[in-house]
Design a protein around this ligand. Structure first.
Ligand SMILES: NC(=O)c1ccc[n+]([C@@H]2O[C@H](COP(=O)([O-])OP(=O)(O)OC[C@H]3O[C@@H](n4cnc5c(N)ncnc54)[C@H](O)[C@@H]3O)[C@@H](O)[C@H]2O)c1
Length: 397
């Protein structure tokens, strides 16, 4: 089987290396605009399985040529390229997987998830499958939600919590994944939650609470931010009485203050401005000041936990069950020489890609992780070194 891996940043590297280690994968073609990075990742893939092409995926002809002949194409770029890559996969009859949605279109100028789901008929006609938003969150968080949903008779709340208790040597501010996406979801997009049958938006960084993650992460202040899961869970897991679907992430106070300052200074949008004879987007300038997630390798310590809390009832008894995955940054470095978020995201991404290659995704069409068989996905996560846990929390809390 031939895999084309678009983007070899911190997540793409882990997906490519994990897939290359599977017997059924004979070849992995790495694609990125950054040639040094391509060389570095190709060197880490043994048995002559890897080749690479340096290209900018905005070049549609070169993108089509590189995807030609792929059994699966993994898109670990930034979400602005999702539709172009899906179109290239349709043309080449390649399965497709990505890790995050863009949008809202009117705010960010990038495709939102409805635009991707709208390609369902086209994928069915071409006889190939697309699995959308398949990392840790979104991705495993949605599979956890589906597993909990299947267990319970009534599911009133599904809330994802993401907490990184780690620290980074040498950087005061750093994001453990694509800085552009992190700033977009924390600052640019009003977070949306599903509440009592409708979607409710808030001001960015206006809703917070405390959540106690399993050890060693422990209690953290968490913030309601924009994410894919509330819309996906309301769409696919709403039939057992869902009243609330939401997403929270742990953010240090200093990071929240910094984000708010950027907003006060007029950086919280993606419009071009003119300054000293140059036209540029302040957002791009701001993001360029943050380290890339691959720059953090070997410098992150501590652990990151992502999980989904389901509140509901089984056999008439109230249940609050949290299903989660914890990765240690130090352990990820010891195992693969990567940082924990790349590891924790890349392994579920590889699970999704393998399910596509093994025809375990539900046939041709465009699929969300809520529609996967959770047992197959979760077993693969364990096999590939990303074990998960479940804990019952006190009924009130
Ligand atoms: N679902 C999840 O749990 C989850 C978690 C973390 C990251 N993500 C998503 O995964 C994606 C990758 O994240 P990351 O942290 O690895 O990011 P990254 O910035 O480390 O990697 C992105 C890579 O894309 C390459 N690239 C960018 N523009 C390109 C272009 N025009 N042509 C060719 N290559 C180009 C960059 O050189 C880089 O190597 C992002 O979309 C991010 O939002 C999802």
């Amino acid at each position: 089987m031939r895999v084309v891996q678009l983007g070899v940043g911190s997540v793409g590297e882990v997906i490519a290396r994990t897939l290359a280690a599977q017997g059924e994968v004979s070849e992995v073609v790495l694609v990125d605009v950054d040639e040094d990075r391509l060389r570095q990742v190709a060197d880490r893939i043994p048995h002559g399985k890897a080749s690479y092409r340096a290209l900018d995926v905005r070049d549609a002809d070169r993108l089509a040529a590189v995807v030609h002949g792929a059994d699966v194409t993994v898109n670990a770029l930034v979400p602005e390229f999702n539709l172009e890559v899906m179109q290239a996969c349709l043309h080449a009859r390649s399965h497709y997987l990505d890790l995050a949605a863009g949008g809202p279109r009117e705010l960010l100028g990038t495709p939102d998830m409805d635009e991707q789901f709208a390609l369902g008929d086209a994928f069915r006609e071409r006889g190939v499958s697309a699995l959308l938003f398949c990392g840790i969150d979104p991705g495993a968080s949605d599979v956890f939600a589906r597993a909990l949903y299947d267990e319970l008779d009534v599911v009133e709340e599904l809330v994802v919590y993401d907490g990184d208790g780690g620290r980074v040597d040498g950087y005061e501010f750093a994001t453990s994944f694509s800085p552009a996406v992190m700033v977009e979801e924390c600052l640019l997009c009003p977070p949306e939650r599903f509440e009592d049958g409708r979607f409710v938006t808030s001001e960015p960084l206006s809703v917070s609470g405390e959540f106690r993650f399993p050890d060693p992460v422990g209690p953290m202040r968490v913030w309601h931010i924009d994410h894919e899961e509330p819309a996906l869970m309301a769409r696919f897991l709403g039939d057992k009485g869902l009243r609330l679907a939401s997403f929270y992430i742990g953010l240090a106070d200093a990071w929240v203050e910094l984000l708010r300052s950027w907003k006060r200074l007029g950086f919280a949008h993606k419009r071009e401005i003119e300054f000293a004879g140059c036209r540029f987007r302040p957002f791009d300038l701001l993001v360029s000041r943050l380290p890339r997630s691959v720059d953090l390798v070997g410098k992150m310590h501590g652990s990151v936990c992502v999980g989904t809390l389901a509140v509901g009832r089984r056999d008439g008894v109230a249940v609050r069950r949290f299903m989660y995955q914890i990765t240690s940054h130090d352990e990820a470095y010891r195992r693969l020489g990567v940082q924990g978020t790349g590891y924790q995201t890349g392994i579920p991404g590889a699970c999704g890609a393998l399910m596509l290659l093994r025809d375990q995704v539900g046939g041709p069409g465009v699929w969300a992780c809520e529609q996967l068989d959770p047992g197959t996905f979760l077993a693969l996560m364990g096999e590939l070194g990303c074990p998960w846990g479940v804990v019952d929390l006190p009924a009130e809390g």
